[in-house]
Design a protein around this ligand. Structure first.
Ligand code: ACO
Length: 409
């Protein structure tokens, strides 16, 4: 195999997309291809060629993502795949290496983020599991709220056709986004092509996309996007289900009301709520939180492309002044010692002795504030050279609320 990795041209898009559809075992109809093309940034799409044949590829979407302290530019890595005929011959390694070098040279983003199809793939390229997510399976008949659940008589619930709801959804999402690490800005095209589509393919056997909005005289304060499916048992007992795709609210009363609207849907026995934050307030609202039947798995993976700029770009929960020795085999410009002074927001190269030595993926995992460095140290991944340095950095990097990207890109 003679491998070349380079940016694709417009005319090479079909060849790149064919590789992806093959790699993901997909048979997407043409409208899905068109949506995907509309979101893609061709100049940030690379492919690997074996001679003339496209055999792998990867994309970057340019996002503004909230990190502790506020939004920063983040490279959203997506649509990565290698032809089954060329797997395990280093094609992904060549793509990831090229992408990280391009990002460093371009200088636009110091941080890259992705959702992994399999959790074993990206650690070797310096990505750390930075956010987790919970999925709930809530039996509606056991979903009573605690007596202290907040209410607001000014609020009402309204069913809105999703296509008409976009201004309300954007208003709520954009109000919530700056306070939650991991949430990223959604363009109009992203809403249209990723969040609101409703073809048979998108429904996957469920009913149409539905939207509930909680509002008062000032406008929308919360929403839920979901699908439902009616079903009856052989004894004619209603056993319908709801699949909650997204639920956001700007305040506790709107949040509780939207959840109630989803949980109280008639003829539905269960609500499946995927990809919820690990600190979802629903855990406090349900009178019997065991009924959430939660499953835990990974959400965003984070790669610090330029460790110095990335660490200087976020805020910290506690002061820290220490020297880090970063180990990074893929991005040699990161290897070496850096002095991080959180009060000054500075992270500069230094010759001073290291207080901590740690690999770049461990720093990436801690970057959004959801994963204690102390736990990585307990797993033997961090070396402490000055007593107290680990506790200092671990406390500084934690953040409230927990990180959450909400929807896969
Ligand atoms: C952000 C996203 O888009 S996530 C989507 C990723 N894509 C997919 O899941 C689609 C289906 N899978 C594929 O296309 C390919 O199998 C890929 C992209 C996952 C891997 O591509 P390959 O070219 O085979 O990877 P490559 O040969 O460079 O492997 C590099 C290393 O990763 C390991 N690796 C590759 N895939 C996996 C995996 N799925 N799980 C665990 N390890 C893996 C290899 O064993 C190899 O390890 P080594 O360095 O110790 O020998």
């Amino acid at each position: 195999m003679s491998l070349t990795v380079r940016a694709i041209t417009d005319s090479e898009w079909p060849a790149y997309s064919d590789v992806l559809f093959e790699a993901f075992n997909s048979s997407y109809p043409s409208e899905i291809r068109e949506r995907w093309r509309e979101l893609a940034e061709i100049d940030r799409t690379i492919a690997a060629f074996d001679g003339d044949l496209a055999v792998g590829g990867a994309q970057i979407l340019s996002f503004s993502m909230t990190v502790p302290g506020g939004p920063i530019p983040v490279a959203g890595v997506t649509s990565v795949g290698v032809l089954p005929s060329h797997r395990r011959r280093g094609v992904l390694t060549a793509l990831m290496t090229r992408q990280l070098h391009d990002l460093h040279e371009n200088g636009r983003e110091a941080v890259a983020a992705l959702y992994a199809s399999e959790a074993g793939i990206y650690g070797r390229f310096g990505y750390g599991r930075a956010a987790d997510t919970l999925s709930f399976r809530i039996p509606t008949h056991d979903s009573a709220f605690t007596r202290s659940a907040p209410t607001d008589p000014a609020l009402r619930l309204r069913l809105v056709p999703p296509a008409d709801a976009l201004p309300a959804l954007q208003r709520v999402y954009d109000a919530v986004r700056p306070g939650r690490p991991g949430l990223y800005g959604r363009s109009g095209g992203f809403w249209r092509n990723e969040i609101l589509p409703d073809t048979e393919h998108d429904r996957g056997g469920m009913g149409p996309l539905r939207c509930l909005v909680a509002e008062d005289a000032t406008g929308a304060r919360g929403y839920a996007l979901f699908r439902a499916r009616g079903r009856w048992s052989e004894h004619s007992v209603p056993e319908g289900e709801v699949r909650l795709l997204e639920l956001m609210a700007t305040d506790p009363a709107a949040y509780a009301l939207v959840w109630r609207g989803v949980l109280d849907r008639d003829l539905c026995a269960v609500v499946h709520a995927g990809r919820r934050p690990v600190d979802d307030p629903i855990m406090h609202l349900l009178a019997d939180p065991r009924r959430l039947n939660a499953i835990w798995f990974d959400d965003l993976w984070i790669r610090l492309v330029d460790v110095d700029r990335a660490l200087a770009a976020r805020a910290y929960a506690a002061p820290a002044d220490l020297v880090l020795e970063v180990v990074d085999e893929i991005c040699p410009w990161n290897a070496g010692r850096l002095r991080l002074v959180t009060d000054k927001g500075s992270c500069e190269p230094t010759d001073a002795p290291a207080d901590l030595t740690l690999p770049v993926d461990v720093l990436g995992a801690a970057y959004l504030g959801g994963r204690p460095l102390r736990a990585a140290a307990d797993a033997g991944l961090v070396r402490e050279h000055r007593p107290g340095a680990l506790r200092e950095l671990s406390a500084a990097m934690m953040w409230d609320p927990a990180p959450w990207g909400c929807r896969v890109f």
